[in-house]
Ligand binder design. Structure first.
Ligand code: HEM
Length: 423
């Protein structure tokens, strides 16, 4: 699976990805709390400061946090590009991302400019450190797979998103909001969501769906052409945005491309060579179906305030998939590090995180999604229920990840030879 050709000296220390994975649910809990604290019409208004804060608690605190953590694990494995001094690198990226995200949210929630300066510095450190190293390593890789190619596109989209974000932040700080400010905002959003987040997920899915689930490969034509088509569309949109032409043709093309990806993902998952019962599959399926509904909603319901799109795309597609992926990565890494260090008496991958607890978390999470959607049709009480369930599901998500890691820590405190002799 994830250990194809991976040796322990190439893999980063287990604490590297784990610190990112454990921090993400804490930011998600915070998002749920803000949904409870602020009136629904404030948080669902795209232009309010509270919305900008919540959006970035998600895009930076949850999404970037998980992506940065997973990439440090995946670059040596899927691209053969290990990061040197992995622990130091992770400490810089993780701590500056955490502090930067918190300060960014504090600025937009309480209008505190002092925090904003810290946020801008920390986010610049985190994103520029991560992407300069990632771009340097990924563009040196000799053996090019479709995933390496997509990782490169993701890295370019990611650094552009961050630079634009820093530019927008500078405009807020100086109070100098130019007439084309919202053109930059739209480019920042599109590059962030369709480039940075979705492109990476697509590229990684090409490898991990067949690996994790012993499933059908994505067709080579999709692997080779889809990501670059999305990327070209994004880049051409940048020129297009300043010309203020009709955007609808772009919507149609983005929708077609993402539905092609979702269709092949679902097709792959339905054609598994070893169709064993696996709860993490549920997250992937919910994620891919949400992506289809989100894109169709975007295309056909133009009067939508973007609330449904945000819920379906961010929580339905992105967050569901990332949770399913983390539930696969954590047990695998625990098992891999223990077995590579010579421990013999270790739980199987499926025993590291209790499957029943994952199932409970899944049901609570899905119910929260349903209530978020119902709020779009009914009253504010639905968003309160949704937020409460969202908080509960993320507390359980945190506990599940934490218990898995604790199991690893307990075993790794023993001498490997002792466990062998005892057995
Ligand atoms: C260095 C990191 C980043 C900084 C400093 C930053 C900064 C900003 C700022 C200042 C705005 C407000 C623009 C305005 O309405 O005046 C904004 C909007 C937005 N950003 Fe970022 N951003 C960053 C990273 C990201 C990433 C990685 C994503 C997505 C993956 C993202 C998604 C968005 C979205 C969706 C909005 C629109 C929010 C709304 O309409 O309420 N940002 N960003």
């Amino acid at each position: 699976m994830f250990n194809q050709g991976l040796s322990l000296d190439q893999a980063p220390p287990i604490s590297v990805p784990f610190r990112f994975f454990l921090t993400a649910p804490i930011f998600a809990i915070l998002i749920g709390v803000l949904f409870l604290v602020y009136p629904a019409e404030v948080i669902t208004n795209r232009f309010s400061n509270e919305t900008i804060a919540i959006v970035h608690l998600f895009t930076l605190g949850v999404l970037s946090m998980i992506i940065f953590g997973a990439m440090q694990q995946m670059m040596p494995v899927l691209a053969g590009a290990p990061i040197k001094r992995a622990r130091l690198f992770a400490t810089i990226v993780h701590s500056s991302l955490t502090i930067g995200t918190l300060c960014f949210a504090l600025k937009f929630l309480f209008n505190l400019d002092k925090f904003f300066i810290v946020a801008i510095i920390c986010l610049a450190i985190s994103f520029l450190t991560f992407f300069s190293v990632a771009i340097f390593l990924l563009f040196k890789v000799k053996y090019l797979t479709s995933t390496v190619n997509v990782m490169r596109l993701f890295a370019i989209a990611g650094i552009l998103t961050a630079l634009l974000g820093l530019h927008l932040a500078g405009a807020h700080l100086s109070g100098n909001i130019a007439s084309n400010h919202y053109t930059f905002v739209n480019i920042h959003i599109l590059l962030g969501i369709f480039g940075f987040a979705a492109l990476l997920i697509i590229g990684v899915s090409f490898q991990v769906i067949p690996m994790f689930y012993v499933a059908l490969d994505f067709p080579k034509s999709v692997q080779n052409r889809l990501p670059i088509s999305i990327f070209i569309l994004l880049i051409s949109y940048i020129a297009f945005a300043f010309l203020e032409l009709d955007f609808y043709i772009y919507k149609i093309l983005f929708t077609i491309f993402f539905i092609i990806f979702a269709f092949h993902g679902l097709n792959s998952l339905s054609n598994r060579r070893r169709p064993v019962d696996d709860v993490t599959l549920w997250y992937w399926k919910v994620s891919l179906y949400s992506l289809i509904v989100a894109m169709l909603n975007w295309l056909f319901v133009p009067q939508d305030s973007s609330y449904f799109l945000t819920i379906l795309f961010a929580f339905g597609f992105l967050f569901s998939l990332l949770q399913g992926m983390i539930y696969k990565i954590i047990p695998f890494l625990c098992w891999f590090h223990l077995s590579s260090k010579g421990y013999f008496q270790i739980p199987t991958i499926k025993e590291i995180i209790n499957e029943d607890l994952i199932k409970i978390q899944f049901y609570i999470y899905i119910t929260s999604l349903v209530f978020f959607i119902l709020y779009g049709f009914f009253t504010e009480i639905f968003i309160d229920i949704a937020a409460t369930l969202f908080i509960l599901s993320n507390i359980l998500f945190f506990i599940n990840c934490f218990l898995g890691m604790k199991k690893y820590e307990t075993i790794s405190k023993n001498d490997p030879m002792q466990t062998f002799i005892k057995s």
